[in-house]
Design a protein around this ligand. Structure first.
Ligand code: FEO
Length: 407
């Protein structure tokens, strides 16, 4: 395979030796609609070092790319920055194939690798510890909960290169390995989607990690994450986007999430959308049965309002709407305003349940839920429209400045 799967040179001494997964579409509930990459890196120092591995089915691709540069048996060290199986799933096989003298992970990484993969004998490195590779030096920094308790980053001083594991990554399969080779709007979209779906509930930890990296006072010439392209031109741009996203800065934009049984709740959603737009808000209507929950999550990253509508089915919220709400609740968005609405034929419990669900998410409800029986009347639709106008007015008061939304 080494004549087919080649390493790609990142700097004089650093090579990308990861794998491209064009077909994966599910990353624990997140729709990875453009696939992903599992990035691993080879540092050709006196002590040849492999940084992270790949998801288990891609082990041969990893080893082939390594072999295109150096015989795998020449690898001295392996560093595991993150124990999740997309990066450590073939670590055991990589240790066997390389005969690496030492494998390094954070203290929590050693625990996770032992419990997840029954891997013993990993050397724990401390936060801030330096590792000499002979003619090169790496400093480790723990970045707990960015994404798992074990997460750490590794900084290669001589190249001013940060191996950032999950942080600053995106799920995007491509043969372009550098961000500057890809369309900016594509990068913005996928980086935001990744943050919203993976890191949003961990934003406090992201803020701490960013402060820690800033306190290291290190030049950042290149950021090499474990997913998606490498940032080699203006890497601070993605760092600044993370600071903004972690701060959960909101805008005068409203998301209306709904589903419908016979079209009534959808008509209400459309009337609310008209009111929001007339009131000057930016609006996105998202039918829960025609969009994926992870796309709603992306929209919530910088929206200021979440308005949710559902018909009542068997005394409950419509399942597609419940799915989205359950997912969004887990992502813990902060600082949203919102409202609930829905049509019903018999008992109409859904709007009450929506109100309770939004309250549990600490969404500030601007009004009581709007309910319509069977088919909404003109009066019902006018109430929906007015709700939209009211939400838009509040959004414009609270978020008068358009926020930067790009990476
Ligand atoms: Fe890419 Fe948290 O694993």
């Amino acid at each position: 395979m080494k004549d087919t799967f080649k390493a790609l040179q990142v700097t004089d001494d650093v090579y990308w030796v990861g794998a491209v997964d064009w077909s994966v579409r599910n990353f624990h509930g997140y729709l990875t609609s453009r696939g992903t990459t599992y990035n691993a890196y080879l540092v050709l120092a006196d002590k040849i070092t492999l940084i992270d591995t790949v998801k288990a089915p891609f082990k041969d691709e990893l080893l082939a790319r390594i072999a295109s540069v150096v015989e795998p048996s020449k690898i001295d060290y392996i560093i595991s920055n993150h124990s999740e199986p997309d990066h450590s799933g073939c670590l055991s096989e990589a240790i066997d194939a390389t005969g690496a003298e030492k494998v390094f992970a954070s203290k929590m990484g050693c625990k996770a690798l032992a419990e997840h993969f029954q891997l013993k004998g990993i050397t724990a490195v401390a936060d801030g510890e330096e590792l000499s590779l002979g003619n090169r030096t790496i400093t480790f920094a723990e970045t707990r909960m960015c994404h798992w308790p074990d997460s750490m980053v590794s900084y290669l001083h001589e190249e001013q290169l940060l191996f950032s594991q999950d942080a600053f990554g995106m799920h995007l399969a491509s043969y372009e390995r550098f961000a500057d080779e890809l369309d900016r709007s594509l990068l913005d979209e996928e980086a935001a989607k990744y943050y919203a779906n993976i890191l949003l509930p961990l934003s406090n930890f992201v803020t701490k990690a960013l402060a820690k990296i800033a306190a290291m006072n290190i030049p950042l010439r290149i950021i090499a994450p474990d997913h998606g392209p490498i940032w080699r031109k203006d890497p601070t741009r993605i760092v600044e986007a993370y600071a903004r996203w972690a701060d959960q800065q909101r805008t005068a934009r409203a998301i209306v999430v709904y589903d419908t049984m016979w079209g009534s709740t959808e008509r209400m959603a459309r009337a609310i959308g008209e009111g929001l737009a007339a009131g000057g808000a930016s609006v996105r209507l998202m039918s829960a049965s025609s969009v994926h929950r992870s796309d709603v999550a992306t929209e919530i990253l910088d929206a200021g309002a979440l308005i949710v509508g559902s018909p009542t089915i068997n005394n409950q919220i419509f399942p597609s709407v419940a799915d989205v709400l359950c997912y969004l609740k887990g992502l813990q968005p902060k600082g949203l305003i919102g409202a609930a609405f829905g049509s019903y034929g018999w008992s109409g419990e859904a709007t009450k349940q929506l109100k309770a669900a939004l309250a549990e998410m600490n969404v500030e409800l601007l009004d009581e839920p709007i309910k319509a029986t069977y088919s909404p009347t003109d009066q019902d639709l006018q109430r929906c429209y007015q709700l939209g106008v009211k939400v838009a007015g509040t959004l414009k008061e609270r978020f008068p400045q358009p926020a930067e939304t790009t990476a």
